[in-house]
Design a protein around this ligand. Structure first.
Ligand code: IPD
Ligand code: CA
Ligand code: CA
Length: 262
């Protein structure tokens, strides 16, 4: 049987090496997607291409869901969920929080997740029931942090309307918490919850490939990840925190962000 975590890790490492070797300058070819601020570089596409080729060489019947390539359907019940660069804007500017993110799902359940934070040389990994790991250390999230002592990561989408609402929400959260962080990568934020580098993360409107791998890593580190009102994490809302804080932050966010469309 395939060791999914080992295969995902090998592929994420190879993609990371390629990206480091070919890292662009600001002048290299950049296109935009959903809005003028939503950029994609040629290397986002090259990274996904490399990952797709490696996965299909090893597992030709698997499905691949990738941010840049859409859905490649397979028949095995195994799906690879790929964000070839999470944190593309950081990548473009030479900031260190960007990652190659690969999750493996069997019949819709994440069984392995790998987040290679390439500039930091950090490979976060998790398997379902097997814990979350970084450099040989098992990760444990922070527990029972009171809201007013919590360091909370968040992110903003690319659409101006959504950003305006997210700005209102974060302005209301800021006085209630220790501080806010915005790394620019959902996958890095979730790994930071897993490693106890922040206490919580929330964001409206992230995509499945943003959180598929890192969500498993955070959960295996003991964090709770979900949506609002008892729903599972989804493209609508992602909230992740250790036990205790999850409920407190949930109630604040549910009151501030009552399922607004933006
Ligand atoms: C983005 C990052 C960012 C988050 C955005 C995502 P991308 O992914 O994860 O932190 O705030 O919502 O779209 O575009 O860099 O792959
Ligand atoms: Ca992403
Ligand atoms: Ca991306």
């Amino acid at each position: 049987m395939t060791d999914f975590a080992a295969l995902a890790e090998d592929i994420a490492r190879e993609a990371g090496e390629m990206l480091l070797a070919k890292r662009p300058t600001m002048s290299s070819a950049v296109e935009t997607k959903s809005s003028p601020t939503d950029v994609v570089t040629a290397l986002d596409k090259a990274s996904e291409e490399l990952i797709r080729a490696r996965v299909l060489a090893a597992r030709p019947d698997d499905t691949i869901l990738g941010e840049e390539g859409g859905d490649i359907p397979g028949s095995s019940g195994v799906r690879w969920v790929v964000d070839p660069i999470d944190g593309t804007v950081n990548f473009l500017y030479g900031l260190p929080d960007w990652a190659v993110s690969i999750a493996v799902e069997v019949d819709g359940v994440a069984v392995a997740g790998v987040v290679n934070v390439v500039p930091r040389g950090e490979m976060f990994t998790a398997t379902l029931g097997g814990g979350a790991w970084l450099a040989g250390d098992r990760l444990t999230c922070n527990r029972d942090v009171p809201l007013d002592r919590s360091l909370v990561a968040t992110g903003f989408g690319y659409a101006p309307g959504r950003r305006a609402v997210q700005g209102e929400v974060v302005a209301a959260v800021l006085p209630l918490v220790r501080d806010i962080r915005r790394s620019g990568s959902c996958a890095v934020d979730l790994c930071s919850v897993a490693a106890g580098r922040v206490d919580a993360y929330y964001e409206r409107g992230v995509n499945h490939w943003d959180h598929a791998a890192a969500g498993l890593i955070a959960a295996e580190a003991g964090a709770r990840i979900g949506g609002l009102h008892g729903r599972p994490v989804s493209d609508s809302f992602a909230l992740c925190a250790g036990p205790g804080l999850f409920a407190e932050l949930h109630d604040v966010l549910a009151a501030l962000d009552p399922e607004r469309d933006a």
